[in-house]
Design a protein around this ligand. Structure first.
Ligand SMILES: Cc1cc2nc3c(=O)[nH]c(=O)nc-3n(C[C@H](O)[C@H](O)[C@H](O)COP(=O)(O)OP(=O)(O)OC[C@H]3O[C@@H](n4cnc5c(N)ncnc54)[C@H](O)[C@@H]3O)c2cc1C
Length: 487
């Protein structure tokens, strides 16, 4: 082929043709387009990756391949580290530009993008990372952050391309999980991936399911349909946050619209960017506490019994166990239940938040580092600037599963326990609860001890200026420019 005007569109967490800035920019050049997705061994084997994530990507690639093919240029799929795949492609089909979206991810993807930037520089290939999020790369100050976010969201949507010039490169097959060396997980009620499904979920959310959102969003029972369920699609980029935001705004303006629900929903979309900005500003928080005084507070190595109880849903607290088991099976739960589980792991079980964060990353089908790591740290009390949020699992069960339908589904050992004892099954004889275990810890005692330990650190750092500095940097004002725009 030998054409130097070929535009590579490297798809990552933007697996869609609607409102895709990178794709739109490539098509607008008028040159042939080489759309590619690369399964990277370093990510397939990453400790945060589970079979469910790869399965969702595969489903999304099927939609993307079909829609790109209909426009003239089917998706090319390869397996390998990105710079190796680019090397091989560039030798056979020299290309002029690589377009991708600006990714706010874990340290591995950040470093990978650095390597790609360097690879491009060395070959005089232009590397354009297009902004697709409300978070801002290399932000100098939080002062104007909200405005900058809204500027991004007020830009018009990028039209779906209808005619793309093909590069003629062989698309290759979409490998299955076995070929990728990824373990297939047995799951129930997992959300399907793909842009087609994402658009259906968005439609049903806006037109049917959003009424009463504020009331429904915490319980795992009402939240199943009463939350938007858009997280998987936002995480994979099968929907653009900008499009979702705009459609929610339009919906809120319609007569008889569930206006309160739409505002509460829009607020959460803003939280998404707010937390993503925190990871961008302090990328180390995937590994280290935002406030260094909390590093070393919990043991580096988790207690085996506690870890086993948590991951197998055998802590003796039915709501904690039901949520853990349901997450392992379905890949989703509500914000409140995620908070409760993290609180239980971090305060009651005193597990290192890094361990819990890794387990939940693998369980959450919607794993999104930008939301995940700041939330894990906040719910574990290691930011040094947020109020401690400790959840009582008994109260959470009474509040959010008052009929016991959720707990009985996921902890069938408790099927014969009467409803008035379902949140405290330890008051029932073991043989009447199918050997369901006694509580692994006494919640009140464990939480008091955790609060004392965390309180001692807070006391130590009180008045030394570090908390004020963190608030200025990561609260709502000035973050450090730690990840600078690539040169
Ligand atoms: C410890 C912990 C870890 C989390 N990890 C993730 C994660 O890896 N991926 C993820 O998508 N969400 C994460 N969340 C946030 C939240 O629980 C989920 O976004 C939400 O439950 C997804 O369901 P939904 O799309 O129906 O949400 P909805 O309630 O319908 O909210 C709409 C969208 O807003 C965003 N959002 C909602 N709540 C929050 C929040 N509290 N902070 C930031 N953004 C929010 C999400 O993009 C979500 O899809 C985490 C929460 C906690 C407490």
């Amino acid at each position: 082929m030998g054409r130097r005007d070929v535009q590579v569109v490297w798809f990552k967490r933007d697996l869609r043709i609607h409102d895709n800035v990178a794709l739109g920019a490539a098509v607008d050049t008028g040159g042939p387009v080489l759309p590619i997705y690369i399964f990277e061994p370093s990510l397939l084997t990453h400790p945060h990756t589970a079979g469910r994530h790869v399965q969702l990507v595969r489903e999304s690639l099927r939609d993307l391949r079909e829609s790109l093919a209909a426009a003239g240029a089917p998706l090319i799929v390869r397996v390998g580290e990105v710079t190796d795949v680019f090397d091989e492609l560039h030798r056979a089909h020299p290309f002029a530009t690589v377009h991708s979206h600006e990714e706010f991810g874990v340290l591995t993807t950040w470093q990978r993008d650095e390597d790609v930037a360097q690879w491009c520089r060395q070959r005089s290939v232009q590397y354009l990372e297009h902004r697709q999020s409300g978070a801002v790369r290399g932000l100098a100050s939080r002062d104007r952050w909200s405005k900058q976010r809204m500027q991004q969201f007020s830009l018009p949507l990028v039209p779906v391309p209808t005619a793309i010039r093909s590069s003629g490169v062989d698309p290759g097959p979409i490998p299955d999980l076995a070929e990728l060396g990824v373990v297939v997980e047995t799951m129930v009620d997992r959300q399907p991936g793909g842009e087609v499904s994402g658009r259906q979920v968005m439609r049903s959310w806006l037109t049917e399911r959003s009424v009463g959102y504020e009331r429904n969003l915490s319980s795992p029972v009402s939240g199943w349909n009463g939350c938007s369920r858009l997280s998987v699609h936002l995480a994979l980029g099968t929907l653009s946050a900008r499009e979702v935001h705009k459609r929610a705004e339009v919906r809120a303006g319609e007569p008889a619209a569930p206006r309160k629900s739409m505002f509460a929903f829009a607020e959460r979309l803003a939280w998404r960017d707010h937390f993503t900005q925190k990871l961008e500003d302090a990328p180390f928080i995937e590994q280290r506490s935002l406030h260094p005084a909390f590093d070393g507070l919990r043991p580096d190595t988790p207690n085996d019994d506690a870890l086993h109880a948590l991951t197998h849903g055998r802590t003796g607290y039915p709501m904690v166990d039901a949520v853990a088991r349901s997450l392992a099976s379905t890949g989703w739960t509500t914000f409140r239940m995620r908070s409760m589980l993290t609180s239980f792991a971090s305060y009651d079980l005193w597990l290192p938040w890094q361990t819990t964060g890794g387990i939940l990353a693998r369980w959450f089908a919607d794993y999104d580092p930008g939301i995940h790591w700041p939330q894990i740290q906040m719910q574990s009390g290691v930011t040094g600037m947020n109020a401690l949020r400790v959840y009582d699992p008994v109260k959470q069960q009474l509040d959010h599963d008052p009929t016991g339908v959720f707990v009985r589904r996921w902890v069938p050992e408790l099927r014969d326990v009467p409803l008035d004892l379902l949140a405290t099954p330890w008051l029932v004889a073991p043989e009447k609860r199918d050997e369901y275990p006694d509580p692994i810890v006494d919640h009140s005692a464990a939480v008091s001890q955790a609060k004392r330990r965390i309180g001692a650190v807070r006391q130590r750092i009180r008045g030394d200026g570090s908390t004020r500095e963190l608030l200025e940097r990561h609260g709502s004002r000035r973050p450090p420019p730690s990840r600078r725009r690539r040169q």
